[in-house]
Design a protein around this ligand. Structure first.
Ligand code: SAM
Length: 282
């Protein structure tokens, strides 16, 4: 193995199936002086599986700044260091960004080794025809903030990709059904690359019943992909006039609510249109 360059290698690791690791990732993990990882036991499992004996250093959400300083020191001594997270690509809904920023600021090279990522894996098997997607990751945990986020996302002209934990998936899916347009579809991708992998596409409105039909469907790790909004039918002139008038005086949510009462049009459609009108006027 040639000498490794004095750099930080950001290495994507499997999201379930231990075989999903690139030859370059294995060569790099074998060659570096140290592997910084979210959970040392978790990383050790992967390293042992490939008979890689390299020291590890914990770098997680709660010690990222101190650990980053250590990485910079080691790089200053000419070492080669790898960064991995528990699963998938570091820095994607995982620690790593702050360490990468510190290393870059200190003038060292950061070399990405692309590989597994749950969002991309789900999208690749979703078969949606949307030309664009927005990676949302985890929605806010607090109900109010989460509902606001979903409403705002409803106006984005792209498929939406969410990460969700099993204890919240039913609630989140219920809110997606309530707050997004009913013509949208959802792909529920759970346990990707693992024994009980399941990837199901259905109309958004059918998702709560699908989840409720079998408790096993609510277990494991989830990516939710929601297809983009249906092509906007042009709103009739009168509805748009009412909405625009209210919007000139009121916040988006209130304007949409009142416009829905006055015109009889669906509130979520008016909300999405109000956000678009507002964005146009900014
Ligand atoms: N860095 C990772 C990546 O590149 O995808 C994501 C880490 S984030 C802390 C963990 C979340 O990713 C899980 O809660 C789940 O939403 C999603 N995820 C990770 N592995 C998954 C899998 N095998 N199947 C489905 N979702 C997965």
């Amino acid at each position: 193995m040639p000498d490794m360059e004095n750099a930080l290698y950001v290495v994507a690791t499997p999201i379930g199936n231990l075989g999903d690791i690139s030859l370059r990732a294995l060569e790099t993990l074998r060659g570096v002086d140290l592997v910084a990882c979210e959970d040392t036991r978790h990383a050790r499992h992967l390293l042992d599986h490939h008979s890689i004996k390299v020291p590890t250093l914990a770098l997680h959400q709660h010690n990222e700044n101190e650990a980053a300083e250590k990485l910079v020191r080691l790089l200053g001594e000419g070492k080669a260091v790898a960064l991995v997270s528990d699963a998938g690509t570091p820095g994607v809904s995982d620690p790593g960004a702050r360490a990468v920023a510190a290393v870059r600021a200190a003038g060292f090279r950061v070399i990405p080794l692309p590989g597994p990522n749950a969002a991309i894996a789900a999208l690749s098997a979703a078969g949606l025809s949307d030309p664009r997607f927005l990676f949302v990751g985890f929605l806010p945990a607090k109900v109010g903030a989460r509902r606001t986020a979903i409403r705002e996302l409803g106006a984005v002209d792209a498929a939406l990709v969410f990460y969700e934990a099993p204890h919240r998936v039913v609630e989140t899916v219920g809110e997606l059904v309530e707050l997004l347009q009913s013509q949208r579809e959802i792909v529920i991708a759970r346990e990707l690359t693992k024994l009980f992998e399941q990837i199901e596409r259905m109309p958004l409105a059918d998702a709560p019943a699908w989840l409720a039909a079998d408790a096993n469907r609510q277990r494991g790790e989830f990516v939710l992909v929601v297809s983009g909004p249906p092509p906007r039918e042009d709103m009739d002139v009168e509805t748009e006039r009412v909405l625009a008038t209210l919007l000139a005086e009121l916040p988006v949510k209130q304007a949409a609510k009142l416009a829905a009462e006055i015109t009889g049009q669906p509130k979520n459609v008016l909300y999405a249109r109000a956000l678009a009108l507002k964005a146009r006027d900014l």
